[in-house]
Design a protein around this ligand. Structure first.
Ligand code: TPP
Ligand code: MG
Length: 347
């Protein structure tokens, strides 16, 4: 198995090391939003163990720089779509932690009214278009959303996330071809965490530098050290600039890692403990914490106060979810196409 160092050297293109000093607000957002995602999911993991959360539950722990770094590079009107590992992105976008926790509990107050669960978080108020369980299905949908933004001349783009397992789907190639042909304002991001369930990237194809897949479509692409929130920010900023200038899509390969198993029951026989530890040494939250302290942007006490605030937010979300009612059985018939007044059919 390749070590972290070897993996970062492997790619043909060198990953850019960032030296920029960012405004204080950006550093503080990065710390707070990544820490919220981490603590929220650590709690969700515990609650799953207590069977308060059931069904599928894929934790994003380790990958938080992908969402937070991207958020700070985009505008509030841009659209977001991802797969089923989908708690971190809406939290980074500012969705209500209460509504997301309640969704994990399948409660009526959840972001999808308790009908979606962990894999199907949606939040229109922050332009988060889900949460999709079919591997790769969201790739052409992301291109379609970008098409609509272009057609309506909004100036917005759609950032479309997928896992490394999804890049082997035919849908990616169809979407890449059309997105590039029509110069759609879309940023395709593969969150390469090394594995699709228990299958490593190297076991699925000869092509392990995933960003090179875009070359067949003349689409600009680059590998990104996604354990660094700053590197994520820089790469998404460049891609957004291209999209808004009418130059079309970019494909970013975020090299990241999930510390936890694929879902909640995963004996993780496909990787070593040492490998997990090696990545934890490059933890995105610890990294940015050190940077903030080094730059004197905040003190240890300031960061501890943020941690305390987040603990309160997570505790409150759990209380809210526990106290919320389950949906009425009638809800099962609402928000579906057969509903007579479904807005899509009547407008
Ligand atoms: C079309 C399809 N095939 C198979 C599955 C079963 N499945 C669920 S998750 C997964 C692995 C996907 O891994 P990856 O895209 O790397 O995302 P990650 O879990 O690492 O975030 C598979 C094969 C599915 N949901 N959809
Ligand atoms: Mg993966």
């Amino acid at each position: 198995m390749a070590s972290v160092k070897e993996k970062t050297k492997q790619n043909g293109k060198a990953m850019k090391a960032e030296k920029t000093v960012h405004p204080k607000e950006r550093y503080m957002y990065w710390y707070e939003s990544m820490q919220l995602q981490r603590k929220f999911e650590e709690k969700a993991g515990q609650l799953y163990g207590q069977q308060k959360i059931r069904g599928f539950c894929h934790l994003y722990i380790g990958q938080e720089a992908c969402s937070s770094g991207s958020y700070s590079a985009l505008t509030k009107d841009d659209k977001w779509i991802t797969a089923y590992r989908d708690h971190g992105i809406p939290l980074a976008l500012g969705s209500s932690p209460n509504a997301i926790m309640a969704e994990l509990f399948a409660k009526q107050t959840g972001s999808s009214k308790g009908k979606g669960g962990s894999m199907h978080i949606f939040d229109k108020s922050v332009n988060f278009v889900g949460g999709h369980g079919i591997v790769g299905a969201q790739i052409p949908m992301g291109a379609g959303i970008a098409f609509s933004e272009k057609y309506n001349k909004t100036g917005n783009l759609c950032i479309t996330f997928m896992g490394d397992g999804a890049v082997r789907q035919g849908a990616l190639h169809e979407a890449f071809n059309m997105a590039m042909l029509w110069k759609l304002p879309v940023i395709f991001v593969v969150e390469n965490n090394g594995y699709a369930m228990g299958t490593s990237v190297a076991r699925t194809s000869n092509v392990t530098d995933l960003y090179t897949l875009a070359e067949a479509y003349d689409m600009p692409s680059e590998p990104v050290d996604a354990m660094s929130v700053e590197a994520v920010y820089e790469s998404v900023s460049r891609a957004a600039e291209r999209a808004r200038a009418g130059e079309g899509p970019t494909f970013l390969e975020f090299r990241t890692y999930r510390y936890r198993g694929h879902s909640m029951s995963d004996p993780q026989k496909y990787r070593s403990k040492d490998e997990v530890e090696e990545y934890k040494q490059r933890d995105p939250i610890e990294n940015i914490k050190h940077k903030i302290l080094e730059l004197g942007m905040a003190t240890e006490d300031d960061l501890a106060a943020i941690d305390q605030k987040i603990k309160g937010i997570v505790d409150e979300a759990v209380k809210f979810a526990e106290e919320s009612p389950y949906p009425d059985p009638e809800e099962a018939f609402k928000d579906v196409y057969m509903q007579k007044d479904y807005p899509f059919l009547t407008e």
